[in-house]
Write a protein that binds this ligand. Structure first.
Ligand SMILES: Nc1ncnc2c1ncn2[C@@H]1O[C@H](COP(=O)(O)OP(=O)(O)OP(=O)(O)O)[C@@H](O)[C@H]1O
Ligand SMILES: [Mg+2]
Length: 252
C-alpha cells in the first residue's frame, strides 16, 4: 500500500470516529436537557402544588372542627342513612387532609433526625394510620431490630406501603411484613397477596403523580423513596408476590 493510501485510510477512520463521538455527544446533550427540563418542571409543579395545598389547609381545618363539633347533635337526630352520609363526609375531609399532607411532604424534604429505635414499635405505630378491613390480615415480624433512623419518617414510609398493600388486596388478603439483616443492611419487606403491578408499569410507580387510584396523589412512593435515600438506603419492588424491599445501611 502506498503511503498516500495509508494516510487516506487513517483519515477516513478518524473521520468516522469523530462522527461517532459527535453522535454520542448530541444524544448525551439531548438526554441531559430532557432530565433538566423534567426536574425544572417537577420543581415548578412542587412549588405550585405546595402553595395550593398550604392555602387549602385553613378552610379544611375549619370544616373539620365544625363537623366534629356537630357530630353528637347530628348522630342523635339523624336516621341511619343520613348518619352514613355524615360519616362519609367526615371521611372525605380526612382524605383531603391526607392528600394535602402528602403534597406538602413532597415539596418540603426536611432534614432527617436519626436515633436508635425499635423497628417493630415503628411498624406498630404505622398500623394506626392504615385503614383496617375485616378480611385483611397484616402479619408483623416476630423479632425486633434496633435501627438508627428517623422514627417519624420511617413510620410514614411503613404506613404508605401498608396502605398501598391494603388497597391492593381490596378487602380480602394477607400482608406479610418481615425484618432481617445481613452484615451491611437492615432489610424490611412488605409482601401482599394482591394482583401486583403490570410489568410495563413497574419502573413508573416511583415517579411523581403516577397513580391508578381515584383519590390518589401518586406521591406516596416518591416520598418513601426520598426518605429511604436520605437514610442512605434503597427501595425496590418485585411482582409475584408483590414485594417492596427496603434496605437501610446499618452504619448510617
Ligand atoms: N402493593 C401494591 N400493589 C399493586 N399496586 C401498587 C402497590 N403499591 C403501589 N401500587 C401502584 O403504584 C401506584 C403509586 O403508588 P403511590 O403510593 O405512589 O400513590 P397512590 O397510592 O396512588 O396515591 P396516595 O399514596 O396518595 O394514596 C398506585 O396507584 C398503584 O397503582
Ligand atoms: Mg400510596
Amino acid at each position: 500500500m502506498t503511503n498516500e493510501k495509508e494516510t487516506e485510510l487513517k483519515l477516513l477512520e478518524a473521520e468516522s470516529q469523530l462522527l461517532q463521538q459527535n453522535t454520542d455527544l448530541i444524544s448525551e446533550v439531548e438526554n441531559k436537557s430532557a432530565e433538566l427540563l423534567k426536574s425544572e418542571r417537577l420543581a415548578t409543579i412542587g412549588t405550585m402544588a405546595s402553595r395550593v395545598a398550604h392555602d387549602l389547609k385553613n378552610p379544611l381545618t375549619i370544616l373539620q372542627t365544625y363537623s366534629e363539633m356537630l357530630t353528637p347533635e347530628i348522630l342523635s337526630k339523624f336516621d341511619s342513612k343520613d348518619k352514613e352520609k355524615w360519616f362519609r363526609m367526615q371521611n372525605s375531609i380526612l382524605d383531603m387532609n391526607r392528600i394535602i399532607e402528602d403534597v406538602l411532604d413532597f415539596a418540603r424534604t426536611t432534614e432527617i433526625k436519626k436515633s436508635k429505635n425499635s423497628m417493630l414499635r415503628i411498624m406498630k405505630l404505622a398500623l394506626n394510620h392504615v385503614d383496617s378491613h375485616y378480611g385483611v390480615v397484616i402479619n408483623l415480624p416476630d423479632d425486633d431490630l434496633e435501627v438508627n433512623c428517623d422514627p417519624r419518617k420511617i413510620e410514614g414510609v411503613m404506613s404508605n406501603l401498608l396502605s398501598n398493600s391494603v388497597h391492593a388486596v381490596d378487602g380480602h388478603g394477607e400482608i406479610d411484613v418481615t425484618l432481617n439483616s445481613d452484615s451491611e443492611f437492615v432489610i424490611i419487606q412488605v409482601k401482599d397477596s394482591g394482583p401486583g403491578i403490570p410489568d410495563g408499569e413497574l419502573d413508573k410507580i416511583f415517579e411523581p403523580m403516577y397513580t391508578t387510584k381515584n383519590t390518589g396523589t401518586g406521591l406516596g412512593l416518591v416520598i418513601c423513596k426520598s426518605i429511604i435515600e436520605q437514610h442512605g438506603g434503597t427501595i425496590s419492588v418485585s411482582n409475584k408476590p408483590t414485594t417492596f424491599t427496603i434496605k437501610i445501611p446499618i452504619k448510617n
